[in-house]
Design a protein around this ligand. Structure first.
Ligand code: ADP
Ligand code: MG
Length: 256
């Protein structure tokens, strides 16, 4: 277990808030189940400090996507506390939810591109929803980012006509284009070759350098070695902190 939010994480979040340094994410004693099934996650304690980068590792079926589903507020915990941006998620009203979700960039494992929209239109969505930019600004920005990830020739293609790797790049572009405070990426390099994987990792690391807090789920134990950052490891439904070289260790005060 990651013991970084000792006895009262809500109180800790409150204290940080006063000092203007709110952890992006705090989970305290969280459990999760699907319907009436057994808990797939239990006793999860985790703090993601503002500006941090963590990997979330674990075998297929360990619960990585499930944990991300809790953080995107698309699934409620069966117990425990989840706080996002200093707010207790159980206290958020349905009016507040969209504004909170807009601060979160998500790369879904199944990518989640909308089939009836072109690459450009898919990637432009978060900027349109933000209502801060005019049409020309959005268009320029979207084309620039898509060209950078090598999709300059696929701007007007529909997802059905993109390869797996191309869809993955479009999904990452959509997740980062509005510069979210928190980026949750579920196996974002799973469908691309090593070179494109490196390029996408550099994009995500650069977002992090510029202040975005990142949690990146991967079953690829090589990534934390190639791009060293702290690892949160899921196994048996619980979380532990792992050094990049693979030794399991509960690090007091770690994980942030
Ligand atoms: N929608 C669902 N309904 C019921 N069980 C699910 C659902 N999604 C995932 N699970 C179960 O939860 C566990 C964790 O799955 P998941 O979070 O997808 O793992 P990972 O992303 O690490 O591969 C697995 O046992 C899986 O079968
Ligand atoms: Mg998964």
């Amino acid at each position: 277990m990651v013991q970084n939010s000792r006895n009262n994480p809500a109180g800790a979040a409150q204290k940080h808030h006063i000092h203007g340094n709110v952890p992006m994410v705090v989970l305290s004693n969280v459990g999760m189940r699907y319907n009436a099934g057994d808990e797939v996650l239990h006793d999860i304690d985790m703090t993601l400090a503002s500006g941090s980068f963590h990997y979330l590792t674990g075998r297929s079926g360990a619960g990585k996507s499930s944990l991300l589903r809790l953080l995107t507020l698309s699934h409620r915990p069966s117990r425990g506390l989840i706080s996002l941006f200093g707010r207790d998620s159980s206290q958020l009203t349905s009016q507040e939810l969209p504004a909170i979700r807009r601060q979160i960039g998500i790369v879904f494992q199944d990518l989640g591109l909308l089939d009836h929209l072109t690459t450009c239109q898919n990637v432009a969505l978060p900027l349109k929803v933000a209502r801060k930019y005019d049409h020309d600004q959005i268009d320029r920005h979207v084309r620039e980012l898509l060209t950078w990830v090598g999709l300059g020739k696929k701007l007007d293609a529909y997802p059905a006509n993109l390869s797996g790797g191309e869809k993955q790049r479009a999904a990452i572009a959509r997740a980062v284009i509005a510069r979210p405070k928190l980026l949750l990426a579920d196996e974002p390099t799973g469908n691309v070759d090593i070179q494109m994987g490196e390029k996408l990792m550099r994009l995500i690391l650069e977002m992090n350098r510029q202040g975005t807090t990142v949690l990146l789920a991967t079953h690829d134990s090589d990534l934390p070695v190639r791009f060293p950052n702290p690892v949160l490891h899921l196994s048996g439904g619980t979380l532990s902190t792992v050094s990049p070289m693979g030794a399991v260790a509960a690090i007091p005060g770690g994980g942030a």
